[in-house]
Design a protein around this ligand. Sequence first.
Ligand code: NAI
Length: 339
Amino acid sequence: SALSSKCISDHHLLLRRGFASEASPDRKVTVLGAAGGIGQPLALLMKLNPLVSRLALYDIAGTPGVAADVSHINTRSEVAGYVGEEQLGQALEGSDVVIIPAGVPRKPGMTRDDLFNINAGIVKSLSAAIAKYCPNALVNMISNPVNSTVPIAAEVFKKAGTYDERKLFGVTTLDVVRAKTFYAGKAKAPVAEVNVPVVGGHAGVTILPLFSQATPKANLPEDEIKALTKRTQDGGTEVVEAKAGKGSATLSMAYAGAIFADACLKGLNGVPDVIECSFVQSTVTDLPFFASKVRLGKNGVEEVLGLGPLSEYEKQGLESLIPELKASIEKGIKFANQS
Ligand code: NAI
């Protein structure tokens, strides 16, 4: 038993040093839109993730440079760059997780829905390629408007006969990241210990942070909760305005995207109790898609968790977000089924 405990501690040491490739299964992650503002730092963060064994970087331009650059980092994954539609199939083949930050970002004065006309078409064609080349992959949708792009992908997968509702995720992690940061500041709590669920969707009032469930508890007054809620809902716009025409959140988004993809990989690898908020097919409300906490596992979503107890203010927020979220979902479904 002394010997076996030494083996165990040596094993842990190896894992901590990063030589985990034998213990951790092969996993291919593909980033679509990898040369963009989000795609580049996301490629960097995924290259640092020891759970990734192959990293495929795809874009319509610029990926050979990004791939060459990132590939020199001495971490586990092998990196390959793919450029142009004729290489999309190769980029996708064998993927366990596909992350999609492809599409145009907002400029000051724009809503996420203003991006619909361009991004809906991009997401539709990328989803068709996923259905063809890696129908079993977990899809992490970052491209906005997420409230519509997720339903578009679902419709494309349904038509292709590959739809598995457990494997399609709208990435709302940045809303959670923001809610945690803003709450920690007001609650004077250590930010690394803070948890805040964020539910609903990913645009304006459809983003509903549940500060009544935030931990550590802080009992903040109602006006501060309202201000925190508003700041979380407008967090993206805060960045768009500060960047003054140069785009939207890229670095914090890459961080959030890397956190969410890591959770997906852990779930696939059988790590227990992996829970993140995400915009998924749902029966939590009457809407077909809704963001809430989900438990991730070997097949993607293992369980969509409920909302838990809401404050009066949150109940009102939930009621008032439904019409906008419903319209955005329907807009996506309609787009996918027309052209
Ligand atoms: P960007 O313009 O810097 O990069 C987008 C990349 O997508 C470009 O490299 C472009 O070449 C590529 N692209 C365009 N069409 C493509 C196609 N058909 N296939 C593959 N790649 C294609 O934009 P950025 O800042 O990286 O934002 C990307 C998207 O992420 C936007 O839609 C933005 O609204 C969204 N976003 C989502 C957030 C979220 O919380 N879910 C937060 C921030 C941004």
